[in-house]
Design a protein around this ligand. Structure first.
Ligand code: SF4
Ligand code: ZN
Length: 743
């Protein structure tokens, strides 16, 4: 370890700890020991402190213990000539720095100093989970914590675009000589936020701690790690080192007191904190190098890298697996652009939504009927067909052929259109089937993006991702209002047939279920058992999809699971399924009930669409969806509950579920008396969810002759306190009140 870095990091840690201490003393005086402290929408208290010390900080008074820990970890202040042969002391200084930084950041909130534009501050648990999915399925190879500012705005934009196009999540914090990368991007009109993978945490160097408390929660949420003592803390750090491919890009020198160009002690201290997570530091400044040692295979600190080589160097040091698609279109392309929106005033043209007819369809065709890479446009193009700011109809029909391709695979490939199209910079895409909504920005239009580029994207990506089953792709784009009607009707007929197939299937019709273990990368003990009547909890995979997934990739995450002997028909337990689970989880799980949330329920990874939770006072179940951030009748928000349910453990009384499962005949059918249906246990759900599933819910209730139940299910409008809900249920005579207790 370089003595310069170690000394600076230790000095920086001392500064942070004493700043945290001063702020804490002030807060005690101003607000008292009982004053609540915390970040918004998290079930993990102060997540870094929880993870590294096990302390559950809820009040100003609770800060005392972690602060003492930070002080104990502080190495003595070094003299100039101090020499530490190992990283040890500097690493300890790094940990006390991070603890102090988290205290500082949360006390700022207590003082009413929340983040201001363009800064976002703390990431809540719900965002953590949505982004975590991208880590799980490999859309995101890792994250970069960018500290300071690039030499020029132009270089900042270039750096951001480069990271985005490699799908690397970008966290930004701190500043260099009063400038920060996020401000540079804001000045250049670059859209920032979670949707574009560019996340501005805060201007102070202490805001870096938000990147690390994100990393800590990844270990807790997806890695099934538990907070506790030293051993647990070590596990959490190791999990990050091994699983989360992250690195720090440290940019620029600050003006020192005597006009020297320096790196501040605070930045060295924060860097030492990141090193504990195994996150290497790549810098454009000639700080001393630190080479690999011990168990670490890669360099710790890599100095003097020119601005335009920073990302490449990081990828090399961290050995990131980047698959960059070569798609020949005039705008940048990559997962980082997926969530980008195009505002009305920035849009050149839109398709679908409320403005025009649109649909998307993928069809399987015989080999000789598909001309590979053929693109046909039926109707006007963008130049002649539309004025700036206007709308056009758009039908996108991809026809594919492959000797191994089957009709069953169509939906799987078609579902990816959204992702493929929205990966183009400046293109917004939402929805699927007959309800897509697409916008092309003026900027992308000016760069030359045209209709044919949609086809180019689909052809390239389909051939790249499905090369094992698809040999040829041709795409037809229809923009003529007259010509689109007939293909649209035909498409609707096909969507309908597809739905009928899975909705018409029953668990008892098949001998084989499918597993999905896609989420095991992050929740090692989690397995989704997907049955015809219960889709995967993320809502994205039905039994038919998993079956098709298995056929397309026999070694992949979807494996057939033979039901075998029926052990309990009501609960949905089969010998073959239990044996499979025991094998897959190394014996951690032995039993699984497909139809109960009480007895041996399914585990959850973290990406469930909804959580169903027993509400004992009502003798029923409430369901909350990810989109609903507020308090629920069980006294917890979605985030808090998700923290307890996720991570691959069975939690009786709580299950993560996909929205479609709610209206399944098998929805918690084992948890009601024989003459009732599972839906009769449902006593509460947020309005948004109720509206979203309204049609299916009403159909299902009609099927079982319980149409009145729809209005009897309470929402946040009737109440978010258990007593209010129960009162409402009594008023409307909800059937759950009369049933036998759930637990
Ligand atoms: Fe993850 Fe289950 Fe969805 Fe598969 S089906 S991606 S394991 S949540
Ligand atoms: Zn998952």
């Amino acid at each position: 370890m370089s003595k310069i870095i170690a000394s600076a990091a230790i000095r920086g840690a001392h500064k942070y700890v004493s700043r945290a201490k001063n702020m804490w003393e002030d807060s005690k005086e101003d607000f008292g020991l009982e004053e609540e402290v915390g970040f918004p929408n998290t079930g993990y208290y102060l997540p870094l402190i929880l993870s590294l010390t096990g302390e559950e900080v809820e009040t100003v008074g609770d800060i005392e213990d972690p602060l003492t820990r930070a002080e104990q970890l502080l190495p003595e202040e070094p003299g100039d000539e101090m020499w530490t042969p190992y990283l040890g002391k500097a690493l300890d200084a790094g940990i006390s720095t991070l603890i102090a930084q988290e205290i500082i950041e949360v006390l700022k909130l207590v003082n009413g100093e929340g983040p201001e534009e363009p800064w976002l501050g703390f990431t809540d648990d719900s965002t953590l989970r949505t982004q975590g999915i991208k880590l799980v399925d490999g859309r995101m190879p890792g994250f970069a914590a960018c500290v300071g500012a690039a030499p020029t705005n132009e270089e900042a934009v270039k750096l951001a675009r480069e990271l985005q196009s490699k799908n690397i999540l970008v966290f930004m914090a701190s500043s260099t000589n009063g400038r920060s990368m996020a401000e540079q991007l804001a000045d250049e009109g670059v859209e920032m936020g979670w949707d574009t993978f560019l996340v501005p945490y805060g201007e102070s160097t202490s805001a870096i701690v938000h990147a690390l408390n994100f990393a800590c929660r990844a270990a807790l949420t997806f890695g099934g790690k538990q907070p506790g003592g030293l051993e647990e803390a070590r596990d959490i750090l190791l999990y990050n080192k091994e699983t989360v491919d992250a690195f720090v890009l440290a940019m620029g020198r600050d003006e020192g007191v005597d006009g020297d160009q320096v790196i501040t002690d605070e930045k060295y201290a924060a860097a030492a904190g990141a090193l504990n997570f195994g996150f290497p530091i790549i810098s454009d400044v000639d700080i001393p190098e630190i080479l690999p040692r011990g168990i670490c295979k890669y360099e710790h600190v890599v100095p003097s890298i020119p601005e335009d080589k920073l990302v490449n160097k990081a990828v090399e040091v961290r050995d990131l697996e980047i698959d960059v698609s070569e798609v020949d279109i005039p705008v940048p392309f990559g997962a980082g652009f997926e969530g980008e929106s195009v505002r009305k005033e920035d849009m050149y043209v839109e398709f679908g939504g409320k403005s025009s007819t649109a649909f998307e369809l993928l069809r399987n065709r015989p080999m000789d009927e598909v001309e590979d890479e053929k693109i046909e446009v039926i109707g006007p193009g963008l130049e002649e067909g539309v004025e700036e700011g206007g709308a056009l109809p758009l039908g996108i029909v991809a026809e594919v052929a492959g000797r191994e391709f089957k009709e069953d695979f169509e939906t799987i490939v078609e579902r990816r259109f959204h992702e493929f199209i929205s990966w183009a910079s400046g293109i917004f895409h939402m929805g699927q089937r007959a309800i897509p909504w697409i916008r092309i920005s003026k900027e992308s239009y000016e760069k030359g993006f045209r209709l044919e580029d949609f086809a180019t994207i689909l052809i390239s990506k389909i051939k790249e991702d499905f090369s094992s089953v698809i040999n040829k792709v041709q795409v037809t784009l229809i923009t003529d209002e007259g010509e689109i009607q007939e293909p649209l009707e035909r498409a609707k007929e096909i969507y309908h047939q597809r739905d009928e197939r899975i909705l018409g299937m029953k668990d008892s019709d098949v001998e084989t279920f499918y597993s999905c273990t896609l989420c095991q990368t992050y929740a090692p003990d989690h397995v989704c058992i997907v049955t015809p009547q219960r889709l995967g909890l993320c809502g994205a995979y039905t039994w038919l999809d998993c079956k098709a997934g298995h056929e397309m990739d026999p070694q992949g995450p979807n494996q057939p699971v033979e039901k075998g002997e029926t052990l309990d028909e009501k609960y949905g337990q089969w010998k073959g399924v239990n044996e499979y689970l025991a094998r897959e989880t190394d014996g951690n799980l032995e039993k699984f009930s497909a139809y109960s949330m009480i007895k041996d329920p399914m585990t959850s990874c973290g990406c469930f669409e909804c959580i169903a939770a027993v509400l004992p006072q009502a003798n029923g179940v409430m369901i909350v969806s990810r989109e609903y951030p507020d308090m629920t009748p069980v006294g917890m928000t979605f985030s808090t509950m998700a923290g307890q349910v996720g991570g691959g453990v069975q939690t009786p009384g709580f299950i993560g579920i996909g929205k479609m499962y709610i209206t399944s005949e098998k929805f918690i059918s084992a948890d009601v008396p024989d003459d009732h249906v599972g839906l009769e246990r449902v006593v509460w759900m947020p309005t948004e969810l109720k509206e979203e599933i309204e049609d299916r819910l009403k159909d299902r209730l009609e099927e079982v002759g319980k149409t009145k139940l729809f209005d009897r299910i309470a929402t946040e409008e009737e109440g978010v306190e258990a007593e209010e809900v129960v009162q409402y249920l009594e008023e409307v005579d909800h059937p759950a009140l009369e049933m036998e207790p759930m637990m």
